[in-house]
Design a protein around this ligand. Sequence first.
Ligand code: ZN
Length: 164
Amino acid sequence: MILPILTEPNPLLHKQAKPIADARIISAEMKKLATDLIETMRAKDGVGLAATQAGRLEQICVVAVDLEKQEKREIVLINPRWEKIGLRKETDDEGCLSVPEIFGKVKRYKKIRVFAKNLLGNNLEFVAEDLLARIIQHEVDHLNGILFTEKAKGLHKIDKSAGK
Ligand code: ZN
């Protein structure tokens, strides 16, 4: 099911999402939410989506990891957190389904270690770099009620009708 996506201005987008308890992680309801988030992200041509953006203040997000490949693949991150690996940051353009048509440059860590749980309740730990690291930092920000526009420089509007 494709979920409606909240867009700015909306106070829910600025709220902290709640951690998900172990018993709930493995529930059918959580699996349904993850499936819906993935379907919605794909339908809207996004590369990541946090539950907050669907008005659900729970710590779950989905990220596309196929980025330049044909086969579609996603990871579901529950109660995610990350720590930096090295000090290197990179600045690149970002946009967000919750802030339509607005883009800006955001500085993010280039390489991070990610900790989360999957839908089976198992611990995940992996290293993410470059675009994947950027997307995860953006999605974890959503779960903390932070939008990229609060960190971006050179925010500008892109007119969709002009083509991309
Ligand atoms: Zn976003």
